[in-house]
Design a protein around this ligand. Structure first.
Ligand SMILES: NC(=O)c1ccc[n+]([C@@H]2O[C@H](COP(=O)([O-])OP(=O)(O)OC[C@H]3O[C@@H](n4cnc5c(N)ncnc54)[C@H](O)[C@@H]3O)[C@@H](O)[C@H]2O)c1
Length: 334
């Protein structure tokens, strides 16, 4: 049994506590914490969690907590991950690993110092059966080399205080990871472009934006990013290979025929769209954490996504590609 402490009891924190409690027999959430103590207390009551800690730091050092799940807001991830790694505890951190590549480097340095991977990053799309099948086909070589990816992320709304930069570090970070994973290569250069802005979406941040990337083998990727006011939560991905194309399947949906129309419902939120991926991701994390290993997306993957996110945010308004420069990959992550 893996005894887990969860920091951050908001939307995804509660979702993960629910699946750890009800779907994963080898996991037990023994402690939780939130910036708002009442939120943590309500969550503890809802899921029968024994202990509420006032701070994330207290939870991390609590002796009964063997592994940590970090689901607090983005700006808090890096310091909690560092504290957990310092204690030598396994940690699952929701994306992004940090808000800058510099902060990811500190986490990598700490793991390298201990010669032990302890961190898994919440890039759950790698566990989505659709993306996994795309990866299998690419790796099989059946369609030849991948040449291009056309991807899009359309979403309905964002919380207060959202910025153009968060469009990259908080939202597009999923695409930055999944395209890199599908292609199996790092990025060479990147830029973000502002396009004609949606009149429904004048909220003080760029929407839509287009992300352009070049892989180190010359592949090209375009990502349309509409973070708010889209017609639903719609994630698309097409990989163009030498001998054919592969498309991410849409989630299963009933086809309705009525009033001389044929229609299919669309989802509106991430929790439903990737529910299966989250279930598999956390079950795998628990299994591997019990065996003392990290088999999912590592700190290196969190770092790689943050490096290109930094480059994209620096490129805004420049209308040119900027180079993506990464540190040498430590042996630990090879
Ligand atoms: N993998 C995914 O698809 C996915 C989906 C949703 C959210 N996320 C990530 O999960 C994290 C949480 O997102 P959310 O949608 O649940 O947000 P949320 O705002 O619903 O919840 C965040 C919680 O963190 C708490 N918090 C704030 N500061 C804190 C601190 N210093 N210490 C402890 N708790 C603190 C807040 O009070 C809140 O309860 C974000 O980093 C987000 O990027 C990932």
């Amino acid at each position: 049994m893996l005894k887990i402490g969860v920091i951050g009891c908001g939307a995804i924190g509660k979702e993960h506590i629910r699946r750890l409690t009800h779907l994963i027999p080898a996991a037990e959430v023994v402690a939780c914490s939130d910036y708002f103590i009442e939120t943590a207390e309500e969550t503890a009551q809802l899921y029968g969690i024994k202990t509420v800690y006032k701070t994330g730091e207290e939870l991390i050092s609590a002796p009964e907590v063997e592994a940590i799940v970090i689901t607090s807001v983005d700006a808090t991830h890096a310091s909690y991950v560092l504290a957990a790694v310092r204690m030598g505890k396994q940690v699952f951190c929701e994306k992004p690993l940090a808000q800058t590549a510099d902060d990811c480097e500190k986490i990598i340095a700490k793991e390298v110092l201990q010669q032990r991977k302890l961190v898994q990053v919440g890039f759950m799309r790698r566990y989505d059966p659709g993306y996994a099948e795309m990866k299998r086909i690419i790796n099989s070589g059946e369609l030849g080399a991948p040449l291009m990816i056309h991807a899009c992320h359309r979403n309905v709304s964002q919380g207060k205080g959202f910025t153009s930069e968060m469009g990259i570090t908080n939202v597009a970070i999923h695409e930055l990871d999944i395209c890199r994973w599908l292609l199996g290569e790092e990025y060479k250069q990147a830029q973000v472009l502002k396009v004609r802005q949606s009149a429904c979406s004048a909220k003080g941040y760029d929407n839509p934006q287009i992300v352009l990337l070049e892989g180190e083998n010359g592949s090209r990727i375009d990502i349309e990013l509409q973070v708010a006011d889209a017609y639903g939560y719609d994630i698309q991905c097409q990989v163009v290979c030498e001998k054919g194309t592969i498309n991410l399947p849409d989630p299963t949906s009933v086809i309705m025929r009525s009033n001389a129309r044929c229609s299919v419902g669309l989802l509106t939120d991430w929790a439903d769209r990737f529910i299966e991926a989250y279930d598999i991701e956390l079950a795998e994390w628990v299994k591997n954490a019990l065996a003392g290993r990290v088999a999912g997306p590592s700190s290196w993957d969190g770092y790689a996504a943050c490096v290109v996110a930094d480059v994209l945010n620096r490129s805004r308004g420049k209308n040119e590609f900027l180079p993506v420069v990464m540190m040498d990959k430590p042996e630990l992550y090879k």
